[in-house]
Write a protein that binds this ligand. Structure first.
Ligand code: URA
Ligand code: SF4
Length: 209
């Protein structure tokens, strides 16, 4: 008998590994419990053979409703930072480590909850399949969840952001702040500093594209 905890996205992989087949299969994934409270699966999107792949944590409130990654406030900030760094979003592939929105009610709002290790592990087969198809040369982790899941649990974005590191995922790999973390900064000055840092890290990425 299969234990509930043994189930993962791997059990929902389609035989055919085209992007379309993956996206369709992911739409009915029940590899962990997160599908229960979410509206829909938010799969990655963008250029199928992009040289650059950007990976966030998990869809937020707006992404959950729209069914597309990085379309809410964090996505807007990311778009601006990419543009300032000289990167065209339409030439990238953007996705998340976890494909369903995890949240808890706070009044009438749905508050983001960080996915746990089990949920991250369960969802990883989707990202691995996306990487196998896109074959990016440059790989960017946005924030600590992606960086720890993909570059190792000891990775510290605050210390190691903006520098290329070796990884299994691409020739050039770099981690930077999550745009949501930038938005969460309390005062205007820290927010501006973090935003400039994110843009500078993405400008480092632009140099190898
Ligand atoms: N934050 C993420 O990590 N991903 C999204 O798609 C949106 C917000
Ligand atoms: Fe499947 Fe990932 Fe959604 Fe869990 S979060 S149900 S593993 S797509």
């Amino acid at each position: 008998m299969t234990k509930e905890s043994d189930i993962s996205a791997a059990d929902f992989m389609p035989a055919q590994r085209s992007m379309k087949a993956l996206k369709t299969a992911a739409a009915s994934c029940r590899g962990c419990d997160l599908y229960r409270a979410a509206t829909q699966t938010v799969f990655g999107e963008g250029l199928k053979r992009s040289r650059l792949m950007l990976v966030g944590e998990m869809p937020g409130d707006k992404e959950d409703l729209a069914g597309r990654p990085f379309v809410g406030p964090a996505g807007q900030l990311l778009d601006e930072a990419l543009k300032e760094a000289g990167i065209d979003r339409t030439n990238t592939y953007i996705t998340n480590v976890v494909k369903h929105f995890k949240w808890e009610p706070r009044g009438r709002r749905r508050l983001h909850k960080t996915p746990n290790r089990r949920e991250i592990g369960a969802c990883l087969p989707w990202l691995e399949a996306e990487i196998a198809l896109v074959k990016p040369e440059v790989f960017v982790c946005l924030g600590a969840t992606a960086a720890k899941a993909l570059l190792g649990p000891d990775f510290r974005v605050s210390d190691q952001h903006g520098r290329f590191v070796t990884s299994d995922w691409a020739d050039f790999t770099l981690a930077t702040a999550h745009p949501s973390a930038v938005l969460r900064m309390r005062d205007h000055e820290s927010r501006e500093r973090a935003r400039r840092q994110l843009t500078a890290d993405l400008a480092t990425v632009a140099k190898v594209l």
